[in-house]
Design a protein around this ligand. Structure first.
Ligand code: ATP
Length: 227
C-alpha cells in the first residue's frame, strides 16, 4: 500500500445492549483504493461503515482519521412532498466546504455541475427529487457524494436494484474516485462491485473473517523463442 492510512480502527467493539455488532475490528483504510465490505445480513457491515464515517462511537477501541468524509446513503431522508430539486440534493454535498450560510461559490457550483454530469443526471437537475425513480435517486445521491470531493467516500449498497448500465456507471465512478486519490469504502453484495474491488473485507458475526487484496496485475514475461 502506497500511502499512510486515512482511517485507522483499532480493537473496535460496538454493542447494542447485549448484542455485539462489531468485535475486535482493526482496519487501516488507504487513499487510492476501493475497499468492499462484504458479509451476510447482520454481519455488521453498516455498523462498520458508521464507525469508519465517525458517526458511531465504538463501545471499545479507537478510530483515528484524517481528511473529509462523504457518506452516500441508500436513500435520502427527504419527503417526496418537499419541493427539493435534484440539483438541491446534489448541492448538499458541497455544504461541508461552504460557510455557515452555505452560499454557493463558483467552485461549489462547478462541483455540482460536474457531479450531475458524471452520474448522468444533469438532464434531471430541475426535476423534484421526489419524482425520480429509485435508480435515478441512487445516482443523484452518489452525485451528492462526488460533489463533496472528499478524501473518504463511503457507500452503502450503491448498486442495489439498479439496471446494468446504472450499476456500471456507479462502479466506474467509484474507480475514478479512487484514481483521484480518495479512499472508497463500499458495502456491497453485488458480484460486479466485488470483482472491481482493490480489497475485500469480509465480516462474519461482527468480526473480520478475511481481508483480501486484489492481486497486482503482473505483465506476462516476454516469450523467449529458441534459436
Ligand atoms: N440501532 C441498532 N439497535 C440495535 N441493534 C442494532 C442496531 N443496528 C444494528 N443492530 C444489530 O447489529 C448487528 C449488525 O447490524 P448491521 O446493520 O451492521 O449489519 P449488516 O451486515 O449491515 O446487515 P444487512 O446486510 O442486513 O444490512 C445486527 O445484529 C443488528 O440487528
Amino acid at each position: 500500500m502506497p500511502s499512510s492510512p486515512c482511517v485507522q480502527l483499532r480493537d473496535v467493539d460496538v454493542a447494542f445492549g447485549a448484542r455485539a455488532a462489531l468485535r475486535d475490528v482493526s482496519l487501516d483504510l488507504h487513499a487510492g483504493a476501493v475497499t468492499v465490505v462484504a458479509g451476510p445480513n447482520g454481519a455488521g457491515k453498516s455498523t462498520l461503515l458508521e464507525v469508519v464515517a465517525g458517526t458511531r462511537v465504538p463501545s471499545r477501541g479507537s478510530r483515528t482519521a484524517t481528511g473529509s468524509v462523504a457518506v452516500v446513503p441508500q436513500r435520502a431522508g427527504v419527503s417526496d412532498l418537499l419541493p427539493i430539486t435534484v440539483r438541491d440534493v446534489v448541492a448538499v454535498g458541497t455544504w461541508g466546504r461552504l460557510g455557515a450560510w452555505r452560499r454557493a461559490d463558483a467552485a461549489a457550483r462547478a462541483a455540482v455541475d460536474e457531479a450531475l454530469q458524471r452520474l448522468e443526471v444533469a438532464d434531471l437537475a430541475r426535476r423534484p427529487y421526489g419524482a425520480l425513480s429509485g435508480g435515478q435517486r441512487q445516482r443523484a445521491l452518489l452525485a451528492q457524494g462526488l460533489a463533496a470531493r472528499a478524501d473518504l467516500v463511503l457507500l452503502d449498497e450503491p448498486t442495489t436494484g439498479l439496471d446494468a448500465a446504472s450499476g456500471e456507471r456507479i462502479r466506474a465512478v467509484m474507480a475514478d474516485e479512487a484514481a483521484r486519490g480518495a479512499a472508497v469504502v463500499c458495502v456491497s453484495h453485488d458480484p460486479a462491485v466485488l470483482a472491481g474491488a482493490d480489497r475485500i473485507v469480509a465480516l462474519a458475526d461482527g468480526a473480520i473473517a478475511s481481508d483480501t487484496r486484489a492481486p497486482a496485475v503482473v505483465a506476462p514475461a516476454p516469450r523467449t523463442t529458441a534459436r
